[in-house]
Design a protein around this ligand. Structure first.
Ligand SMILES: NC(=O)c1ccc[n+]([C@@H]2O[C@H](COP(=O)([O-])OP(=O)(O)OC[C@H]3O[C@@H](n4cnc5c(N)ncnc54)[C@H](OP(=O)(O)O)[C@@H]3O)[C@@H](O)[C@H]2O)c1
Length: 257
């Protein structure tokens, strides 16, 4: 294998990707799997995961499913134990599962605020901590959180999402500074506007679509597959000295005034 290929080789690395039954998580899983990783796909719908595992297997990717709700700490820990009993080692965690809830602040129900924060932030902490306990014992590992351009920047009607994703940026830094001594890197990927199911209503809204296209220097929505490279980089030897960073994959939108 050439030095260039080795930099991005993930052979023998087991990576758990939450929210991988579709969209960005699935694209990250596919990219890591194509680079040799064994990918464990998570989501709440076991049937949907099973179909995606079959599709990846047909592409020659070693894929497995672990269906659980990331907000169910006990279920997540049990899944982690099963992965460890099958493989003995978890190299990486991509904490990507996330939900959106769009309601103006004045009408935003508390239970929905809590649900979004539990899924998009607290679950990344609980699973990240539990995965890191294993990685620390094993001598190292990689954690990647999926954040957003939203956090440092805000838009109306998504207060819980913005608060949770900004919190996740901070958690990424907090974990990176503490876990570096254990050989664990912790980074985040911040996608721009990606054409996934989460954004179906926005894509179909002509005015919003025009805004995204006009505001993004590359002049279009991202295809989910375009997030795969960032995941591979941060899981591979190529990213071995990168930690505490937020990698924007947003077509330049976050730097445009
Ligand atoms: N799309 C974008 O433009 C964009 C931009 C910035 C950041 N992001 C972030 O990127 C991540 C993925 O977004 P996406 O657009 O790919 O969303 P998506 O197409 O709606 O997919 C979300 C994934 O998360 C899973 N999921 C949701 N709640 C879960 C839970 N409680 N436990 C386990 N799995 C759960 C879903 O599966 P089930 O429903 O079957 O559980 C699905 O696999 C999210 O964190 C999102 O905030 C997206």
């Amino acid at each position: 294998m050439s030095v260039a290929t080795e930099l991005f080789d993930l052979t023998g690395r087991v990576i758990l990707i939450t929210g991988a039954s579709r969209g960005i998580g699935l694209a990250m899983a596919r990219a890591c799997g194509a680079h040799g990783a064994t990918v464990v796909l998570n989501g709440r719908d076991a049937d949907a995961l099973g179909s995606q595992v079959d599709a990846l297997a047909a592409e020659g990717i070693a894929a497995e499913a672990e269906a659980f709700d990331v907000t169910d700490e006990a279920a997540a820990r049990a899944a982690l134990e099963r992965i460890l009993s099958r493989h003995g080692r978890l190299w990486g965690l991509i904490a990507n599962a996330g939900v959106q809830h769009r309601v103006p602040v004045l009408d935003f129900p508390t239970e929905d605020f809590r649900r979004v924060v539990e899924t998009n932030l607290t679950a990344c902490f609980t699973l990240g901590r539990d995965a890191a306990r294993h990685m620390a014992e094993a001598g190292g590992g990689r954690i990647v959180n999926t954040v957003s351009m939203l956090g440092p920047q805000a838009r109306p009607t998504v207060p819980a999402y913005i608060a949770a994703k900004e919190g996740l940026r901070a958690l990424t830094r907090a974990m990176a500074v503490e876990l570096g001594a254990k050989g664990i890197t912790v980074n985040a990927v911040a996608p721009g506007y990606v054409a996934t199911e989460m954004n179906t209503a926005l894509i179909e809204n002509e005015q919003f679509n025009d805004w995204v296209v006009g505001k993004t220097p590359l002049g279009r929505w991202a295809d989910p597959a375009e997030l795969g490279g960032a995941a591979v980089y941060l899981m591979a030897d190529a990213g071995s000295f990168v930690s505490g960073q937020i990698l924007g994959v947003d077509g330049g939108m976050s730097v445009q005034v």
